[in-house]
Design a protein around this ligand. Structure first.
Ligand SMILES: [Zn+2]
Length: 402
């Protein structure tokens, strides 16, 4: 039985490490935007490998120049009246994250704090976030809103919500990432070619050079120059992009010096961190990075989802309202008002882009003569009347022909 040589084993380990560095674990409530061949203009949805209700394992782009933006959506409904741990919408993901439906009046949120990824107020969990940094930041934002005078709060909440739709801010960040990684892109690509094809051609004697000690030394010198050169640029890019995150920088550079797979995937790593500590609406991310056709497709999904969210549209409030504090009507009012504010900002974004939102809600053309009804959220078609769409929580369907 043939067995691999030591050098061949190194190749295999490097391929496995490279592949592992290309995987991303995405928690519920986070949308993924993965580039293809280093550009978002021709992006396709990231490939889902496996997953459960705690997250999904996704494969983003495989080139050293590929980027993956992670967009953390608003995890709660929020108005001047209070916060409800429930959001009916799930704009571009097929499933909606599970939320407790608990309600919080503003005075209860004054001592809001984070514990790892959880945001907690008065001993109850407000929400789970994608990482500890965004949990800490969101807890601070809720606590700061809770402590301000009541007459200023509604205005501040709207500013907070508007910031989630700040297309220019996202565009600026992506451009900054592109600028700070301009040297990493060619050098990481060269490193990949040097380790992969050139290394293999040399090792198997296909290149017309002698496989003696000077050649090996020259190969290794060039390898380490490229490898640790990229690591130096990673340090510089990280410092410019995430000045405060010294621990993250130390870990990234230490890993880069130890494994060449890390510098090869460093642009992807930096891009995942780019939007990681703020909340954004996926439509705003799409407006910042996508082509007009892709933006229209995201706009369609967003509009259908906000108009006809996954059922049920309201939280199960049987045990959500603590006695004497909040009624179910109050909870439903907070969820509906918060959704209405999002609706206003989404339609404003669409009118800025000159897309009439009514067009996005139009019924699909029937697949065939037997199609009678359709799901207004996912556009699945049904051959029976009064069907319920299982993909959208049993949502009622609508007639295709009226
Ligand atoms: Zn559906």
């Amino acid at each position: 039985m043939s067995s691999l040589s030591d050098v061949e084993w190194i190749f295999v380990v490097l391929i496995v490490l490279y592949f592992l560095e290309s995987l991303v674990w995405v928690r519920p409530g986070v949308s993924v935007f993965a580039s293809r061949r280093g550009s978002f203009r021709n992006r396709k949805p990231a490939m889902r490998l496996t997953g459960n209700d705690r997250g999904q394992l996704m494969l983003g782009g495989l080139a050293p120049t590929d980027m993956t933006l992670l967009c953390h959506e608003m995890p709660v409904s929020i108005t001047g009246e209070g916060v409800v741990a429930f959001v009916p919408m799930s704009p571009i993901n097929n499933e909606r994250p599970h939320r407790s439906g608990d309600s919080f009046r503003w005075p209860e949120l004054a001592d809001c704090r984070s514990n790892e990824r959880d945001v907690i107020a008065g001993g109850r969990t407000v929400c789970h976030m994608n990482n500890a940094a965004i949990a800490r930041r969101f807890a601070e934002q809720l606590s700061s809103l809770a402590r301000m005078p009541e007459n200023e709060r509604a205005e501040k909440i709207e500013r907070f919500r508007e910031a989630m739709y700040d297309v220019q801010e996202i565009r600026d960040r992506v451009e900054d990432l592109s600028k700070q990684t301009r040297w990493i892109r060619p050098l990481a690509s060269m490193l990949l070619i040097w380790i992969g094809p050139i290394g293999a051609l040399l090792y198997y004697g296909i290149l017309p050079v002698s496989r003696d000690a000077p050649t090996t030394v020259a190969y290794l010198v060039m390898l380490f120059l490229l490898w640790w050169g990229v690591a130096a640029f990673i340090f510089s890019a990280h410092r410019r992009l995430f000045r405060e995150d010294r621990t993250g920088r130390f870990k990234l550079v230490a890993c880069s010096l130890l494994s060449p797979a890390v510098p090869l995937r460093s642009i992807d790593y930096l891009s995942r961190e780019l939007l990681a500590t703020d909340l954004y609406h996926p439509l705003a991310v799409s407006a910042a990075i996508d082509s007009s056709e892709q933006f229209r497709s995201v706009a369609e999904r967003t509009m259908r989802d906000i108009e006809h969210p996954i059922a049920p549209e309201m939280p199960n409030t049987e045990s959500a309202a603590p006695p004497g504090t909040t009624t179910n009507e109050d909870i439903n009012a907070i969820v509906m008002d918060s959704r209405a504010s999002d609706w206003d900002l989404i339609t404003k974004l669409l009118s800025d882009s000159k897309i009439p939102f009514e067009e996005l809600l139009a019924a699909p053309a029937p697949d065939d003569d037997a199609s009678m009804e359709y799901c207004p959220r996912c556009h699945q078609q049904f051959e029976i009347e009064n069907a319920a769409c299982d993909q959208c929580g049993g949502r009622e369907t609508l007639p295709l022909r009226v």
